[in-house]
Design a protein around this ligand. Structure first.
Ligand SMILES: [Zn+2]
Length: 360
């Protein structure tokens, strides 16, 4: 999950404008314009509707990564999670309440019925894979929709008919703004596509929860990684749209992944639309036969596709300093940071799903 937040996105945009020497003179005005941007009330997540079918109640905060599981782990061991200071400097710190991702997804009743393990702590529920993957897809979709709204507002507010017109910008400053607006527009179009792709995946997962044989049901895989396989990644969730050139371009293949730590080991769950059934089948087969491959895949998501992940401190301390330094750099330059501004990122940022390697 890459939910850094829309306010963080505005902060980064402000800094991007402030850092540009050609715009220095108008920095206070540009800040004022960005500060005036707010998400319309009906789009504010807490003012929205529960994401369960035809439920009109207001959503409450839903934990993207099962909170019951995190609490259970934290009771036994300190948990390390990535952290970005001032959305710039990466570090790895002990998990606190603030570093557990939430989004406004479902009303209190649906939260209880869709994710019963949050209350019962029974993680072997048969509905776990579909239900948790639905939550990951919903959270990703919510976040991207919100970012798209913010970005479009920034593009409008800095446009030729906006406040900037009265500021008598120099030609160089105008050019800079024009260039930035073109980049933002391209990013917004990309996020739009991601939002649409995830609409499809959310629909497919819901079909699958009602009728697994429905032709539009999502392709879902769930594989148990036994404790003996030496897992050290505890929990992570992620969503991404890889490019699969061998698939019909009209049929998107967005992916969601969730890794849950349970008593017997970890469950790695993944889902895509039925356009990627063959890929999901292959992953399920390979991961069941070779837990090491499943761990590699999960670790890859953790390092390259996901801002929120958790690992116990004991395992973290076993990482050598070089690896920790490399991970810090990855965190600062990673797609989750780029995505705070430019959303879905390139497929190159997700090499495990890149065409030509074993997973694409
Ligand atoms: Zn509801």
């Amino acid at each position: 999950m890459t939910n850094i937040g829309s306010s963080n996105m505005l902060h980064r945009l402000r800094r991007e404008l402030a850092d540009d020497p050609s715009l220095a003179e108008w920095s206070p005005n540009l800040h004022a314009i960005l500060n005036s941007i707010s998400v319309p009330k009906e789009q504010q997540q807490q003012a929205g509707q529960c994401l369960a079918d035809s439920c009109a109640r207001n959503p409450i905060e839903s934990h993207v990564i099962p909170d019951s599981s995190l609490k259970r782990l934290a009771a036994r061991n300190s948990i390390i999670t990535p952290h970005l200071d001032n959305s710039q400097t990466g570090s790895f710190e002990i998990m606190t309440g603030k570093t557990r991702p939430v989004f406004f997804g479902y009303c209190d009743e649906h939260e209880k019925s869709l994710f019963p393990w949050e209350g019962t702590m029974e993680f072997d529920s048969p509905i776990y894979p579909q239900s948790q993957l639905m939550r990951v897809a919903d959270a990703f979709w919510r976040e991207q929709s919100l970012r798209c709204t913010v970005l479009r507002q920034v593009i409008d507010a800095t446009g030729p008919d906006g406040h900037l017109e009265r500021l008598r910008l120099t030609t160089a400053a105008k050019k800079t703004i024009e260039h930035k607006r073109a980049v933002w527009s391209q990013a917004a179009a990309e996020i739009d596509r991601t939002v649409r792709d995830f609409e499809t995946l959310r629909r497919c997962i819901r079909y699958g929860m009602k009728d697994a044989d429905h032709p539009e049901a999502a392709a879902i895989g769930s594989v148990l990684i036994p404790s003996s396989a030496g897992h050290f990644l505890l929990l992570a969730d992620a969503g991404h749209v890889p490019d699969f050139p061998q698939l019909d371009a009209a049929q998107p293949a967005p992916f969601v992944v969730s890794l849950l730590y349970g008593g017997q080991g970890s469950s790695l769950c993944f889902a895509s639309t039925n356009a990627a059934t063959a890929v999901v089948d292959r992953m399920r087969w390979e991961f069941s036969n070779d837990p090491e491959e499943a761990i590699k895949y999960a670790l890859h998501w953790m390092r390259h596709g996901n801002f929120y992940w958790y690992i116990n401190q004991e395992a973290w301390l076993e990482f050598d300093l070089d690896l920790r330094a490399k991970m810090k750099l990855e965190l600062e330059r990673g797609p989750h940071v780029a995505m705070a501004l430019y959303a879905s990122g390139g497929v190159a940022a997700h090499p495990i799903l890149r065409w030509g390697n074993r997973w694409a």
